[in-house]
Design a protein. Structure first.
Length: 155
């Protein structure tokens, strides 16, 4: 009788410990971060690479972004895209867009490259990711620097 009581007690403790371990890893979702990865002023036009960084522990879908780009304190471009790409957990996704810069903005980029100095930028607007299907406000400022050996490229 004593042995069967110990077996039953052991079985109950084992079952309780398995139930406590259930559920798998914790799923955490954090708002993504958006930055300019690269600006290329080339003979065929200007391209801008936007880096969307995920800090979440689960994958999500990059549904849409609607952003404004300012260069040297002036509105330079509106960035609208619906990439539909997957943001992997704690990884980044790069989206490259063709943009049209005014002559003054293109001159500011060329001056920064030739004088080897940084060009201040600000990117702001909204980004929508799913799940949970939310819009997040983005407002980030930094500087792009010329890349040695690559004419017209700022990173």
């Amino acid at each position: 009788m004593r042995r069967s009581c110990f077996r039953i007690l052991f079985a109950l403790l084992a079952a309780a410990s398995l139930v406590a371990c259930g559920g798998g890893p914790v799923k955490r979702f954090f708002p993504p971060d958006v930055r300019v990865q690269e600006l290329v002023l080339g003979p065929q036009g200007t391209t801008l690479s936007v880096r969307v960084q995920s800090f979440s522990t689960v994958p999500s879908q990059l549904e849409r972004f609607s952003l404004s780009l300012e260069l040297a304190g002036r509105q330079a471009a509106v960035l609208e895209a619906q990439p539909g790409s997957t943001l992997l957990p704690q990884a980044a996704e790069i989206t490259t867009l063709s943009i049209v810069l005014s002559e003054a903005d293109a001159a500011a980029v060329r001056t920064a490259v030739t004088e080897r100095r940084a060009l201040r930028y600000r990117i702001h607007g909204t980004i929508t990711v799913d799940p949970p299907g939310r819009r997040y406000d983005i407002d980030y400022s930094s500087a792009l620097s010329p890349v040695p050996g690559l004419d017209g490229v700022l990173r």
